[in-house]
Ligand binder design. Structure first.
Ligand SMILES: [Zn+2]
Length: 241
């Protein structure tokens, strides 16, 4: 029974480690998704910035074109003879100047937007580098933790082999059979007449048999192998009450 208790403790620990190892790749994937989200956010801001800058360049060249037209109109003005033509040319210059001033306002507005957005991009970029660094360290830590747990499992598996040798083949088969069907727990102590796996009370007669310790018994409710957990002999090996 003692070896069986050791075996169950060993299997429980291995099971815990295995389920923790199984979570590792999931955690890493989550971290990587975080990076992907941040990258696409940053790229969207950069694209927007590019668009604004292009718009700004377009407006600059529009302003230049208007300047050309104004120069031309001014030259024309000095060669005009009739009053009517003169008025028309003045109006043209006036219109062009008003249009130019609108474009200049727009250019200033765009320049402010470009400045604000490029500052945002700069901050985002720094933030991204910082988070990249953190996430890479975290990934590294998870991988190391997984490796350490792998090693622990290997050493537990060697221990398990030793415990198995001390248990009869029949009992070991029964133990493994139950363990596979009962979420890794085949053996459980009974404290004060209560099965510690399913928390049901063991009928008095069976409990008395258990205390006598003459044969192998199981819990009538969950069918796991039970042992008398209050027994001094087993107490130190048993899971805590
Ligand atoms: Zn039970």
């Amino acid at each position: 029974m003692k070896s069986l208790i050791d075996l169950q403790a060993c299997d429980t620990e291995m099971g815990n480690l295995q389920s923790r190892i199984a979570k590792g790749p999931m955690k890493i994937k989550e971290l990587e998704n975080q990076l992907v989200d941040m990258d696409s956010e940053y790229e969207a801001a950069e694209t927007q910035l590019e668009d604004l800058r292009r718009l700004r360049r377009e407006i600059d060249s529009d302003i230049e074109a208007i300047n050309g037209k104004i120069d031309k109109a001014n030259t024309k003005l000095s060669n005009i003879k009739s009053n009517k033509e003169y008025k028309a040319a003045l109006k043209e210059i006036d219109d062009l100047t008003r249009e130019k001033s609108k474009l200049e306002d727009k250019a200033i507005e765009l320049m402010e937007q470009v400045d604000a957005l490029s500052e945002q991009c700069r901050v985002k970029k720094e933030e991204r580098e910082r988070v990249y660094e953190e996430i890479n360290q975290e990934k590294e830590r998870i991988v190391q933790e997984m490796n350490a747990m792998d090693k622990a499992i290997q050493s537990l598996s060697r221990k398990r082999g030793k415990f198995c040798k001390k248990v009869s083949d029949d009992l070991l088969r029964k133990y493994d059979f139950i363990r596979e069907r009962k979420a890794g727990l085949a053996l459980t102590p009974v404290f004060n007449g209560v099965c510690q796996a399913c928390h049901m009370e063991i009928p008095p007669q069976r409990y008395n048999e258990l205390i006598r310790g003459e044969k192998l018994l199981d819990c009538p409710n969950c069918h796991r192998i039970i042992y008398w957990g209050d027994n001094e002999q087993f107490r130190k090996n048993s899971p805590k009450k």
